[in-house]
Design a protein around this ligand. Structure first.
Ligand code: NAD
Ligand code: GLY
Length: 389
């Protein structure tokens, strides 16, 4: 595989710039992630304007956001864009995973057409992962693809969903079943947006941060074990650190395997059961990060059961998740319900499902597991209540 290194360096005063380098792909869709504090403000600096210019954003932008984010930051963003010479048209959508659906995708197309958005115009996703995934898919498909920019406002979107170009919507039958790989032209992460994020949403995003440490970076995992309280109390430097580190890890994986031909699947650690949980709850009640937190505990227990990791390793994953205030208990659906939901996962091939399992902290292995074994394991958990610490 083509060997590439993530380039990252300080630029634009205190902002950090990380390059997603896709230059060896069929189409070079490389771009920058800009990370800083206070970089989205009414006086968009020359540096930001340069980033917009190099992305090609000059005239009109169709901003898609959620009602909550709009209430908090609409005038800030409008001032920011207008100062950069960009005329925004803003569409606010309801909060919640239910918005990542065909209904709202269709509504976005209606509004884009009504406002006569053209190929040279841009979509800006301004919000959490729901807004980012939905807007990215609208951008990928409207007029066979128009440019888009991600300005994430949740921790989850900062560290995961705004980077890497996975876009899409949910289907009642399964999570993210409809979508496209479509890269943004740039990502602008301002940590200050996290000031207004609820504690639950902060923890929700922290689950994806734990994921990077658990299966990719042992040192980072130790940092999280030692600093989770500081991070969750919103200590700004610690938040900046985990965002930078997570984006660098994710960019590195995406640089090597943009379309998930192999390596990128590691980022699905915890997602096989996690997506099943979200589907079984009909995308309500449990949040994405919470579901994958449970999924990571489950995958670690499976790894131990298969003799791939020690009880100590599985225990450390579970303890960090639990200490961070995230759920660890597998919800009380029947093993049959879990198996049926998992059968709709994108990683299923016949009777097998590809699982990301843990070997040591910071290292992983892919294994195709059969549903019969998974059914037995789920029954064992249910019978012995192995899910309780
Ligand atoms: P979300 O987008 O639903 O946002 C959570 C809530 O926080 C919303 O109500 C939102 O309005 C509110 N909010 C956003 N920013 C805020 C702020 N600064 N202050 C106050 N409130 C704010 O949830 P999420 O966790 O950001 O994203 C979850 C979605 O991301 C899921 O659909 C998941 O599948 C997807 N995801 C995608 C990828 C990817 O690679 N594309 C990766 C991980 C997750
Ligand atoms: N969130 C998983 C990925 O981007 O591949």
């Amino acid at each position: 595989m083509h060997e590439k290194k993530t380039i990252f360096y300080r630029a634009y005063n205190e902002a950090m710039k990380i390059r997603v380098d896709l230059s060896s792909s069929t189409k070079d869709s490389s771009y920058d992630i800009l990370i800083g504090s206070g970089i989205v403000n009414a006086k968009a600096g020359d540096e930001i304007i340069n980033v917009f210019n190099s992305a090609g954003l000059k005239n009109r932008a169709f901003v898609i956001t959620s009602e909550t984010v709009s209430g908090l930051y609409r005038s800030l963003l409008n001032g920011f864009l207008e100062n950069a010479g960009i005329k925004p048209v803003v569409l606010s959508l309801p909060d919640g995973e239910g918005t990542k659906s065909l209904k709202y995708l269709s509504y976005i197309y209606d509004e884009l057409i009504k406002n006569r958005f053209e190929r040279g115009d841009f979509i800006i996703a301004f919000g959490g992962g729901v807004i980012g995934d939905l807007s990215g898919f609208a951008a990928a498909t409207y007029l066979r693809g128009i440019n888009f920019i991600q300005i994430p406002t949740t921790l989850l979107a900062d560290v995961d969903s705004s980077v890497g170009g996975k876009t899409g919507i949910d289907h009642p039958g399964g999570k993210n079943l409809i979508g496209a790989f479509y890269q943004p032209r740039c990502v602008i992460i301002d940590v200050d947006f996290l000031d207004t994020l609820s504690e639950r949403e902060l923890k929700n995003g922290f689950a994806e941060v734990i994921k990077y440490g658990a299966v990719i970076d042992n040192e980072f995992f130790i940092y999280l074990e030692n600093n989770y309280e500081k991070i969750l109390s919103r200590h700004k430097d610690s938040l900046m650190h985990i965002i930078e580190k997570s984006c660098a890890i994710k960019a590195d994986v995406v640089n090597k395997d943009e379309k998930e031909a192999g390596l990128r699947s590691v980022l699905n650690f915890g997602h096989s059961l996690g997506h099943a949980i979200e589907t079984l709850y009909n995308y309500e009640t449990v949040k994405h990060g919470e579901a994958i937190a449970i999924g990571m505990v489950f995958a670690s227990m499976l790894s131990e059961d298969l003799g791939l990791c020690t009880g100590e390793t599985a225990g450390r994953v579970k303890t960090l998740i639990k200490n961070s205030g995230l759920p660890v208990k597998v919800p009380d659906f029947s093993p049959e319900e879990y198996i049926n939901a998992m059968k709709l996962d994108k990683k299923v091939k016949g009777k097998l499902i590809k699982f990301v399992l843990i070997k040591d902290i910071g290292s992983f292995v892919f294994k195709e597991l059969d549903f019969e074994y998974l059914m037995k394991f789920l029954k064992k958990i249910k019978d012995r209540r192995l899910d309780n610490l």
